[in-house]
Write a protein that binds this ligand. Structure first.
Ligand code: GRF
Length: 218
């Protein structure tokens, strides 16, 4: 019996972060195994990749449910059917009910394409460029009821270049997302931190958390 913890990934589309998590979990030494990928859209591209890697997939179509509560209850049941202990949201485009967020408190993470708390919400790359920001990046955080907020586990900073378009900036950030998300999930699944107040505190006294990439030097 391995001690790997079972993770469910929630997606709505492309699934490139999901791919990064699946690939990381193919290493038997990784702290988590991917038990299921669940999409709220049947046409999510990520589903094909997961199936091809032999991972269970499910579609829980939000349009089939009368309320957010009913949809979240179905999602919760699907996760439990697969024995999921931790949830990783990877481009999952649904607002969750407070009840669902509470049920998975400190066991559910999300990746967001900005250096939170800056640029919560959509169109982060356009907004960073419009502001003339020189730094941008991505964040993995525990999910709380307020959208794109919660204790931060990992962040990666990338430069904003004068020549950047939203697309080139998005690609640089996405590359960083694929690097930090597997690291953050491994920290969660291995019990490397506890949550005190709304901060991540490393269990091992020598460890430095949250992860900041590149390491802060200025
Ligand atoms: C990523 O930029 C992620 O940060 C955001 O949605 C996008 C999903 O992309 N939450 P993908 O589906 O993982 O390729």
């Amino acid at each position: 019996m391995s001690g790997r913890r079972k993770v469910g990934i929630l997606i709505s589309g492309r699934g490139s972060n999901m791919q990064a998590l699946i690939k990381a979990a193919e290493d038997p030494a990784y702290a988590a195994e991917i038990a299921v990928v669940i999409s709220n859209r049947a046409d999510a591209n990520g589903l094909e990749f997961a199936k091809a890697r032999g991972i269970a997939t499910e579609v829980t179509d939000h349009k089939a449910y009368a309320s957010r509560e009913a949809f979240d209850a179905a999602l919760d049941q699907a996760l439990k059917r697969h024995g999921v202990e931790f949830v990783a949201c990877a481009g999952f485009m649904r607002i969750m009910t407070d009840g669902f967020v509470k049920a998975w408190r400190d066991r559910m993470i999300n990746i967001h394409p900005s250096l939170l708390p800056a640029y919560k919400g959509l169109h982060t790359h356009e907004r960073a460029l419009a502001d003339g920001a020189r730094r941008h990046g991505c964040t993995v955080h525990l999910v709380r009821s307020d959208v794109d907020s919660g204790p931060i586990i990992a962040q990666a900073r990338v430069p904003v270049l004068k020549t950047d378009t939203p697309e080139t900036l998005a690609a640089r950030v996405l590359d960083a997302e694929h690097k930090i998300y597997p690291k953050a999930l491994a920290l969660l699944a291995s019990g490397a931190f506890r949550v005190e107040g709304e901060k991540i505190v490393p269990v091992s006294p020598g460890a430095s958390l949250p992860i900041v990439v590149p390491a802060l030097k200025d």
